[in-house]
Write a protein that binds this ligand. Sequence first.
Ligand code: TRP
Length: 338
Amino acid sequence: MTHMRIVSGIQPTGNLHLGNYLGAIRNWVKMQDENAAAGGDTLFFLADMHAITVYNDPASLTANTREMAAALIAAGVDPAKAVLFNQARVPAHAELCWLLNGTARIGWLNRMTQFKEKSGKNREGASVGLFAYPVLQAADVLLYQATHVPVGDDQKQHLELARDIAAKFNTDYAREVFTLPDPIIPPTAARIMSLRDGSAKMSKSDSSDMARINLSDDADMVAQKIRKAKTDADPLPEDPALLADRPEARNLVGIHAALGDETAADVLARHAGQGFGAFKPALTERLVETLGPIRTRFEALRAEPAEIDRILTTGAARASALAKSTLEATYAALGLCR
Ligand code: TRP
């Protein structure tokens, strides 16, 4: 069997929260561990070059990049098992993006739903970078001959574009320069909702901090947020189907289940008949058990920016080495003299 080459990125937009952790990061850690044991390579990066497609305060971008790196490591991303870096330290991403701009079609990019959403009614005022965002994302994975790209459902279209670009390039220049990557959309990815509104996703941009649990929240803060989380007056049922019309109750049960790698039915088997006065403390205990050690590591690392930079610089050197042959093959295929 050929080895897997797993590549994924995340925008350094600030603090990681429970939704990121249970939805994506925990899965990254699992894949990293399995792939390291199987002898494959795993690369994770902070997409700081994507972040500048909208205005970002420069000092905040620097701080967020370090903070996100610290949070990932605290959550279990292990620089000894996965190559961890930020895009800006590996110029090959920007180089390959430019080379692929000759292959990507305006018509393809026009169909990207994320661009339509982010640019909204002000398409003419959006940056060229925001439009070309998916080409950089294609470069991110094609650069490393990625075979598998773990992403959320919302990134599936960008991955398909990366495949289209790779296939067209290989055809146009009549050589197999790029591997067509497959998305891995984790079927079990927990969808964690806001603590204030069970129909909205838990988000770092929610104006109320009470709506989310940050990886930096201490035990008291977690307890307070769960105590104040919106619920209803009914006791918990035994049948998960009966939570269908109770989004807040369903979310809290879902969080409890995700934390213990259980189903909602497993959790309800233990807690059916209880009201939230009893359920919330149990949930808090689980949260603190999982997040406590992550927070401790996060705070320790956050106090050492030089150590974070050292890790990212080491990762960038390893990534650059892995990128070199594909980047050179792309220049050569295009007939560019070096
Ligand atoms: N666009 C992705 C997101 O918003 C982040 C990202 C950038 C990415 N480059 C990538 C994800 C390459 C996977 C592979 O979530």
